[in-house]
Design a protein around this ligand. Structure first.
Ligand code: HEM
Length: 177
């Protein structure tokens, strides 16, 4: 669309989940969270194999290419747990928007200030999460379920990038480094 052709990427809108979408997310997440460790590791391995530049931030496996070796990394497993736990807190508190924004604000600020992660990786990781959920759920991942989860991932990215903006993150293009 013409409107989208701007030099600066416009901040995406926050689309709140409807009550029905909220219920769908909470119901489907319950089933994922039962296998939280395995699903989390699957998501992160897929992320690092498909987007190897994302490994640069992790001292323990930045030079690893073999997924089986990566899977043994305590740093990877710990981050998988942290990602899954943060999503769990978000899902459990979807009725409390202030709590959701404060949790994601802390995540965003830590990644901007402490880990110096380019925010685009949050977008990429969201895509991988949706892909793995779709595979895990198979037939149950209906268009309706997909829409609810896509909205949730959009909200996560919106809050995280809001925190990046708050701390004055300035995008450094890779050609400038
Ligand atoms: C849904 C997305 C994510 C969530 C919920 C999340 C959550 C967390 C949490 C809770 C921590 C530990 C607390 C802290 O140090 O602040 C952490 C650490 C970290 N995260 Fe994330 N993270 C996410 C995405 C990412 C992405 C996309 C990257 C980079 C590609 C990344 C890189 C790191 C690094 C490098 C650390 C420090 C690891 C260490 O010290 O061992 N995170 N993350």
């Amino acid at each position: 669309m013409m409107d989208d052709k701007r030099d600066e990427e416009p901040r995406e809108r926050l689309e709140p989940l409807s009550d029905a979408e909220l219920a769908i997310v909470q119901d489907t997440w319950g089933r994922v969270y039962e296998n939280c460790e395995d699903v989390g590791v699957t998501i992160l391995i897929r992320f690092f194999v498909n987007f190897p530049s994302a490994k640069q931030y992790f001292s323990q496996f930045q030079d690893m290419d073999d997924p089986e070796e990566m899977e043994k990394s305590s740093q990877l497993r710990q981050h998988a747990r942290r990602v899954m736990n943060a999503i769990n807190t978000v899902v459990e508190n979807l009725n409390d928007p202030d709590k959701v924004s404060s949790v994601l604000n802390i995540v965003g600020k830590a990644h901007a200030l402490k880990h110096k992660v380019e925010p685009v990786y949050f977008k990429i990781l969201s895509g991988v999460i949706l892909e793995v959920l779709a595979e895990d759920f198979g037939e149950c991942f209906t268009a309706e379920v997909a829409r609810a989860w896509t909205k949730l991932m959009g909200a996560l990215y919106w809050h995280v990038t809001g925190a990046y903006a708050e701390v004055g993150w300035v995008k450094v293009s890779s050609s400038a480094v």
